[in-house]
Design a binder for this molecule. Structure first.
Ligand code: PRX
Length: 678
């Protein structure tokens, strides 16, 4: 059965596709919606927004009629250039596209300096630590901190084009460090604090970073995450490129110090001037590298540009988040270790001069009311989070949100995975008081910006659909030959038919992998997102999940091969296969089928090995990649040509009846073992 056929078969059972995916005991609210139920933007929201249907229609029209002019005009208007560009888009070296190539700018100048005349005393960042400490940082103070740290980086030998790995908690210094890199033209690569020393080391090696910026620790879920310790482990016996490690004292916990290499943040900035002239950068100079999982090999270093990326963040802050810098308190809960924390924490909100909130810790400390308390305390107007967080908090019951006044909210957002309609409705009713548009934003590390999302003052929303492509984003759904599917509700590949300014420029150091991954299937004009999607009768897009072997665990991408490689590196493992398994909170969880070396432990006697392997994966990649379930078998089911029968494994993971021919299996008992029945 080919993929499209398979997808369409799936469609029959997934009229409520996302409900199907997340069917669970969390579904406390009975689904009262019909599939096509529309939620119009509230009247109050519409009347206050600068965007209306006519203005939006003319944006679409302009993008359709004059694509380059559309983006060129926006870039001229929204970015402060040192030297204006003369050519908007160069496609001559496709798929290596360039935007605004001869233009010059500095991204940190755009995010900070240009607001100083009018907004020096305005709060740029409201910070709340997990233990309740708060800080209010004005644009003037932000400028000082970023300038000082930029000078400190320079003093440690970092120059234009050098790589700096940032492994920090969710605290303002993480943003200072990112902006400081942008200021001096260094390329940052932020590694999520939840990744292990091993994963951190891989990323440092791949970037050949000169400096690592970290903290002694960070507060998370009532514990101290020992970041410096992980850096020490990552650097032991490898990563020779690293000359200095700058360590912020966040938690005062003991750290091992390597003289000559390690330097405290406060000492590094102590005598630094509060001014650092922004480096003049070319539009296409890389701003950052961010690693993400694919279906093959090690995670890819997604390389983003300066000007195009900045433009994408700015436009989506305006279009999708309807930002009003005068009175919005914008809170995106994503960690800076993910793309959402880049575009909608470190860059977008600052680039438009807004006030944003950063929270260091877990949503459940001290209880499941923490997010709602923060919203009440700081009068948050715009709240952007992931379906996994919404589902987890929904499961804790309505009492928590009901204890707080959430009436400051005017817009809600979601990102990272399909949101099931039950969670959507709860978000709408209990958090948004039926009054806040919900923007379900589809995008990726590679796209740099929201791509498919509602315009909140114009687009009626449907629970579970990310609605329509944004202006200037030429998204389409195509069949296996790359032909556009025009019939409604036919599943296919989600592609983008034209380059857009914020798109990735390459995979760090590996143009071939860039071309192979994103442009090999349908040629250099069509970016393949790797997702299945369908468009309904109203032209609304519904994301149906990945076409490849990439899992989406709590909105985080994990390559099955990455986890399989980690498992087979364990001395007791001969073979391993990873598949996703539906999970009520995480969306998908990791399930591992393992062929052990030597004797297969029988059920009941396997708990020790299971624990050992789970810890091993956490050490190799990070706790997010830990398999929730591990089953041992004597062999893995394979086709005649030796390929692992993954669809069969997926059926087993879901507890579904097996409808595949298993007669090729030498030992039919294996199925029972995989099912945990033998
Ligand atoms: O499968 C899609 C899913 O997350 C993938 C991108 O993951 P990542 O690069 O880690 O970026 C996540 C945050 C932007 C996509 O290929 N995804 C992202 N947003 C949505 C989504 N699936 C459904 N609906 C969304 N709104």
């Amino acid at each position: 059965m080919n993929l499209i056929h398979f997808l369409n078969k799936m469609l029959q059972i997934c009229n409520q596709i996302t409900q199907e995916l997340f069917m669970s005991e969390v579904n406390t609210i009975e689904s009262t919606l019909q599939e096509n139920r529309l939620f119009e933007p509230s009247k109050g929201f519409v009347s206050n927004s600068p965007m209306n249907a006519d203005a939006l229609a003319s944006l679409y029209q302009k993008a359709e009629e004059d694509y380059e002019g559309f983006w060129g005009d926006l870039a001229r208007k929204e970015i402060a250039w040192v030297k204006p560009f003369t050519k908007t888009l160069d496609e001559s070296n496709a798929p290596k596209f360039t935007w605004f190539e001869d233009g010059e700018l500095n991204v940190s100048y755009n995010c900070i300096d240009r607001h100083l005349v009018s907004s020096q005393h305005k709060t740029a960042i409201i910070f709340e630590g997990e233990r309740g400490d708060t800080r209010y940082i004005t644009y003037g103070e932000l400028a000082e901190e970023v300038n000082k740290f930029a000078n400190a980086l320079r003093a440690q030998g970092v120059g234009k084009g050098d790589r700096v790995v940032i492994y920090m908690p969710m605290i303002p210094e993480a943003v200072f460090a990112m902006q400081a890199c942008a200021r001096i033209g260094a390329i940052h690569s932020v590694v999520f604090g939840g990744f292990s020393a091993e994963a951190l080391g891989d990323r440092i090696e791949d970037t050949q970073a000169k400096v690592v910026v970290t903290a002694d620790g960070g507060y998370r879920a009532g514990r101290i995450v020992k970041l410096k310790e992980n850096v020490d482990k990552a650097l032991a016996n490898r990563c020779d490129s690293v000359k200095k490690v700058i360590v912020l004292n966040r938690t005062d916990n003991d750290v091992i110090w390597q003289e000559g290499r390690d330097i405290w943040w406060h000492e590094a900035v102590a005598n630094m001037p509060t001014e650092c002239k922004p480096m003049v950068m070319k539009a296409e100079d890389p701003l950052f590298i961010l690693y993400t999982s694919g279906s093959t090999g090690k995670p890819k270093g997604i390389q983003h540009s300066s000007a195009g990326y900045l433009l994408g963040s700015i436009m989506t802050m305006k279009w999708v988040f309807d930002v009003r810098p005068e009175h919005d308190i914008y809170w995106c809960t994503a960690d800076v270790g993910w793309i959402t924390g880049h575009s909608y924490v470190a860059y977008g909100p600052l680039a438009v001069g807004a006030t944003m909130l950063m929270y260091e810790g877990a949503p459940t400390v001290p209880d499941a009311g923490r997010f709602w308390k923060i919203i009440e305390d700081h009068k948050v107007t715009t709240f952007y989070t992931a379906p996994t967080a919404i589902r987890a908090l929904m499961k804790s019951g309505d009492d928590y949100p009901n204890r707080y006044d959430l009436s400051s909210l005017r817009l809600l957002g979601t990102v990272g995975e399909p949101i099931n309609p039950e969670a959507w409705m709860w978000y709408h009713n209990v958090i948004g008081y039926e009054n806040c548009p919900i923007v379900d934003t589809w995008w990726q590390t590679e796209t740099g910006m929201n791509m498919i999302a509602p315009i909140p003052s114009v687009t009626p929303t449907k629970p579970g659909s990310c609605t329509r492509p944004l202006p200037g984003i030429m998204a389409a759904i195509v069949d296996e030959e790359g032909h556009e599917i025009t019939q409604p509700n036919q599943g296919g590949y989600l592609v983008i038919k034209k380059p857009w300014p914020a798109m990735l420029r390459t995979v760090w150091g590996d143009d071939a992998r860039y071309k192979e991954t994103y442009f090999s299937l349908f040629g250099n004009d069509m970016y393949i997102a790797g997702d299945n999607a369908r468009r309904d009768e109203d032209g609304y897009i519904w994301i149906m999940g990945r076409v490849d072997d990439v899992l989406n665990v709590s909105g985080h991408r994990l390559g099955t091969m990455e986890i399989e490689s980690a498992l087979v590196a364990h001395p007791k493992v001969a073979e391993a296969a990873i598949v996703g398994r539906p999970h009520d909170i995480k969306g998908e969880s990791v399930m591992a089928f393992v062929v052990p070396k030597g004797n297969r432990p029988v059920q009941g006697d396997d708990t020790q090995l299971i624990q050992e392997l789970r810890d091993w994966v956490a050490d190799q990649i990070g706790p997010i990649a830990k398999p929730d379930v591990i089953r041992f078998s004597d062999n893995l089911p394979k086709t005649r040509s030796g390929k692992i029968m993954r669809r069969l494994l997926r059926q087993i993971a879901k507890g579904e009846a097996i409808n595949q021919d298993t007669s090729t299996l030498e030992n039919e008992d294996i199925i029972k073992q995989l099912q945990g029945k033998a």
